[in-house]
Design a binder for this molecule. Structure first.
Ligand SMILES: [Ca+2]
Ligand SMILES: [Ca+2]
Length: 364
């Protein structure tokens, strides 16, 4: 009898020890995974159809164009230097046609026509009801960046990703976008590669000499400045994402290919707060902002500080989407969708304040 009791105690002891050891190893693995999440350059994907994300480090960000930029506009002034205090993740590539297709198939969202295109008259861009993200007026594959999507479409896509994954997907703030574009190595430069736009064709699909072969005869009399890139990137319209060299953070096509919607409102200057910073859709924003220029924009539109303001409903054959994800350190990555969302799902609004979010500190 005493032997059976002792044997039972020994089994309980070893079982308890095994559970404790497994718990300890699990905790170690979790800590390792959490730190991995914060490692700059780490690439991950929260679901099979989600965009590939890459971790960018915390660091000092600059918003706006310096006084040395002869083309800077009032809405790009004054320069602000702001510390981003936490690493975050950004789309390694622009959102692709295939990735948006998954969203449209799941939700039934109507991303229809009325896209600005020159498919009918070369060099004369006009809204066309038959032009959609599936057919933007030029050939593309599922790996090309999506175009002909509005800010509202982009926001809905980011919200859908959040519901799908249980993670905090959103558009980049304008500050984050400029920080990623500069990649912590070019503060003060007009372009990520320096101050000469002609050096950028290895990094950016632009309105270059390839485009001039098609558009060389277009009427440019309405342009204040017509300055195509004086180099050749090899692409007339959009290029498959990742076709050109990544920047210092490992991010492709942040300049060029398609411009990218960012969160927040367009403002008269970087000192102007949008009224009340109320939620998108509440009427606070007259215009949103697209950043980075595209296959169809000129060299001066590739300046990091450049802001391209449009209404939230505007669709354009040169504007697409890039997403960001916060809260990397407090949860693991999901490997399968949590549930499918449908259009009309109630999704609480998360702050995409134009300047100060929970992870940044202003330094004036
Ligand atoms: Ca090009
Ligand atoms: Ca881009």
């Amino acid at each position: 009898m005493l032997g059976r009791v002792l044997s039972s105690i020994r089994r309980s002891f070893w079982a308890f020890s095994l559970v404790a050891i497994l718990g300890f190893l699990s905790a170690c693995a979790s800590l390792g995974l959490a730190s991995n999440h914060l490692r700059p350059g780490h690439v991950f994907q929260d679901c099979a159809h989600c965009p590939q994300m890459i971790v960018v480090p915390a660091g000092m960000a600059m918003l706006g164009s310096p006084e040395s930029d002869p083309m800077r506009r009032p809405d790009e002034e004054p320069v602000q230097r702001i510390m981003i205090e936490e690493a975050f993740a950004v789309g390694r590539y622009e959102v692709t046609v295939g990735e948006l297709e998954a969203f449209v198939r799941a939700t039934g969202r109507d991303i229809g026509g009325d896209c600005l295109t020159d498919r009918n008259v070369t060099g004369n861009w006009a809204h066309d009801a038959g032009t959609t993200f599936r057919d933007p007026g030029f050939s593309q594959t599922q790996s090309h960046p999506v175009a002909c999507v509005s800010w509202d479409d982009a926001q809905a896509y980011a919200d859908w990703l959040s519901v799908q994954t249980g993670r905090d997907y959103r558009l980049l703030t304008e500050l984050e976008w400029e920080y990623v574009a500069r990649a912590d190595t070019s503060i003060g430069n007009l372009y990520p590669w320096g101050n000469d736009p002609a050096s950028g064709c290895g990094y950016a699909n632009a309105f270059d000499q390839s485009a001039m072969e098609k558009y060389g005869g277009m009427d440019t009399s309405g342009y204040t400045l017509f300055d195509p890139m004086r180099c050749r990137d090899g692409w007339l319209n959009t290029s498959p994402v990742g076709s050109l060299t990544a920047n210092g953070f490992g991010v492709h096509d942040i300049i060029g290919n398609v411009s990218e919607w960012v969160g927040g409102c367009h403002t008269p200057s970087h000192d102007a707060q949008p009224a009340g910073e109320s939620a998108p859709g509440a009427g606070a924003c007259v215009r949103r902002v697209a950043k980075g220029g595209s296959w169809g924009t000129l060299a001066h539109n590739f300046r990091i500080g450049e802001r391209l303001p449009y209404p939230a409903t505007h669709r354009d054959d040169s504007i697409g989407i890039r997403v960001a994800r916060s809260s990397l350190g407090n949860a693991g990555y999901s490997t399968s969708p949590i549930r499918a969302a449908s259009q009309g799902d109630s999704i609480s609004w998360r702050c995409s304040c134009w300047r100060l979010g929970p992870t940044v500190t202003a330094i004036r």
